[in-house]
Design a binder for this molecule. Structure first.
Ligand SMILES: Nc1ncnc2c1ncn2[C@@H]1O[C@H](COP(=O)(O)OP(=O)(O)OP(=O)(O)O)[C@@H](O)[C@H]1O
Ligand SMILES: [Mg+2]
Ligand SMILES: [Zn+2]
Length: 498
């Protein structure tokens, strides 16, 4: 007797429908699972068998073979447990109705269902492949319900699922946003006193999608500024928000981020993070890393110089391609990684370079420090701004600071000015595109030529300055890049050695 149940695997952010075939044949009792499976799936035998028994059903005392098709697709994880159990039970019990249904979930020995990762991308894939109803563990139901075009049902146990399939019981319909945390409020820029120049740079970065580096003495407010940065960004369009939710679903971290939020993500990994944690990978499941969790949002690297050279090198390709490919034992997986990079760093190891009290670093220390950033990611940073220590009167006596909402309005207006460039902003314009988009005035061109000579700007340097100038002009509502915008852009150019 053969029976089939539909389940799903993931490959990167895409789902792949999987047919679970169960064959029950005469012969010595045995239980095999085939179809390019990993260890977790092999161990499914040790979960599914007791779960079926503890749910009060009979596990066939014959030769049971389960095949996961397509056989050539590498499969991993525990999410096939429910589909395997249902296919086995269906082979001996034709009263189970499986038409149009799919199954995801891990079984505990007592037959209760445990949540699994990646349910949202898998639900989207199953809906597209014609599945009408999806049964998932109760905890996964809200995220699965984000997928359009199929009915989601949450089951607490194998029994609940079987009774439903016999038409004898009901399951909990999945509802978007049920009992999920709401977004925490983003820190507001108004809490940062003074620092007008840094705030201006943040506004430009937000408007153009530029990567930004802040350098300054300890306690000047760099971390505070960076944490307020997301509040300047517009909401994500709904397709982007869903894509981000799918990445969090793969990591099983939807609890960290409400799946229905349309705010851009903000990730601030500590410099002690592993390479796999930062860019993705790891043993077992190839998980997306912090750079993918920051997709369509912000990756904040505080104390940039404390990150290892290898970590910073690993960012080079994603910054260039906006995706990351994680090499695996069996197949490479690609995840989206289209993030804005905000870095913060002290100007030197002692932290006081350029300050009145003076720097106590050795020249050798200084150049090693500079090289660390400048090597791998200098090419990708459009804006550098110094964040000086504020005077007493800047902090305690100034007027009220502008709230983030006001800045965000300007950012949105600037982004919409020239019909936003494919969602990435001016930072993503190629050399040719920026030359056309800038429409620099004659005085602006003259200034660019002059400063290019004086500052030894490379071709890349020219384009970088023009991109930033384009964004500054967008913020000012100007069609052409003028001298003033260009002068300001020159001011933020990278000054690191190397
Ligand atoms: N401009 C400011 N306005 C209001 N508070 C500030 C400002 N600058 C610093 N602070 C206060 O000082 C604390 C330290 O600031 P923050 O952590 O942002 O400094 P930092 O530049 O990141 O320092 P470090 O280089 O040591 O990391 C903040 O939590 C905040 O309370
Ligand atoms: Mg800090
Ligand atoms: Zn120093």
């Amino acid at each position: 007797m053969i029976a089939c149940a539909i389940s799903c695997a993931t490959r990167g952010l895409a789902g792949v429908p999987v047919t679970v075939e169960a064959d029950i044949a005469n012969g010595l009792p045995g239980f095999a699972i085939v179809g390019l499976t990993d260890r977790a799936i092999q161990e499914a035998r040790e979960r599914v068998k007791p779960a079926i028994r503890n749910a009060g059903y009979k596990f066939p005392q014959r030769r049971v073979t389960v095949n996961l098709a397509p056989a050539e697709l590498p499969k991993e994880g525990t999410g096939f447990d429910l589909g395997i159990a249902i296919a086995i039970l269906r082979a001996e019990d034709s009263s189970l109705r499986l038409d149009g249904l799919a199954f995801l979930g891990e079984l505990a020995l007592d037959a209760s269902l445990r949540p699994v990762t990646g349910v949202l991308p898998m639900a989207r894939c199953l809906a597209a492949s014609g599945v009408r109803r999806l049964i998932v563990p109760v905890e996964n139901a809200p995220e699965a319900a984000l997928a359009e075009g199929l009915q989601v049902l949450g089951a607490a146990s194998l029994q609940a699922c079987v009774e439903y399939l016999r038409g004898e019981g009901t399951l909990v319909p999945g509802v978007r946003d049920a009992s999920l945390p709401s977004s925490e409020p983003e820190p507001d820029l108004a809490a940062v006193r003074g620092q007008a120049q840094a705030k201006r740079a943040l506004e430009i970065a937000a408007a153009g999608g530029h990567n930004l580096l802040m350098t300054g003495a300890p306690g000047a407010g760099k971390t505070m500024l960076a944490r307020a940065f997301p509040s300047l960004l517009p909401d994500l369009p709904s397709d982007a928000a869903l894509e981000v939710a799918a990445i969090y679903s793969l990591r099983g971290t939807l609890r960290e981020r409400p799946p229905t939020t349309s705010r851009p993500p903000f990730r601030a990994p500590h410099h002690s993070i592993s390479r796999a944690g930062l860019v993705g990978g790891g043993t077992g499941l190839a998980q997306p890393g912090e750079i993918s969790l920051a997709h369509r949002g912000v990756l904040f690297l505080d104390e940039l110089c404390e990150f290892s050279r290898q970590h910073l090198e690993a960012l080079r390709q994603p910054l260039e391609e906006r995706t990351v490919t994680v090499a695996r034992a069996r197949a490479a997986v690609t995840y989206p990684a289209d993030f804005m990079l905000i870095g913060a760093s002290n100007p030197c190891p002692c932290g006081h370079l350029g300050e009145a009290q003076g720097c106590t670093c050795e020249p050798r220390q200084l150049s090693a420090y500079n090289n660390k950033i400048s090597g791998p990611i200098k090419d990708r940073i459009d804006l550098v701004v110094s964040v000086p220590r504020q005077e007493y009167r800047d902090i305690f006596e100034g007027a009220d600071e502008e709230p983030s909402a006001v800045v965000r309005d300007r950012v949105e207006a600037a982004r919409n000015r020239r019909g936003e460039v494919a969602g990435h902003g001016n930072a993503a314009l190629t050399g040719r595109e920026i030359l056309a988009a800038a429409r620099a005035t004659t005085p602006a061109r003259r200034l660019l030529a002059l400063s290019g000579e004086r500052l030894h700007l490379s071709a890349r340097g020219f384009f970088r300055v023009l991109r930033v100038a384009r964004t500054i002009s967008d913020l000012a509502g100007e069609d052409r890049v003028g001298e003033e915008a260009l002068a300001e852009a020159l001011h933020y150019r990278i000054e690191m050695a190397g």
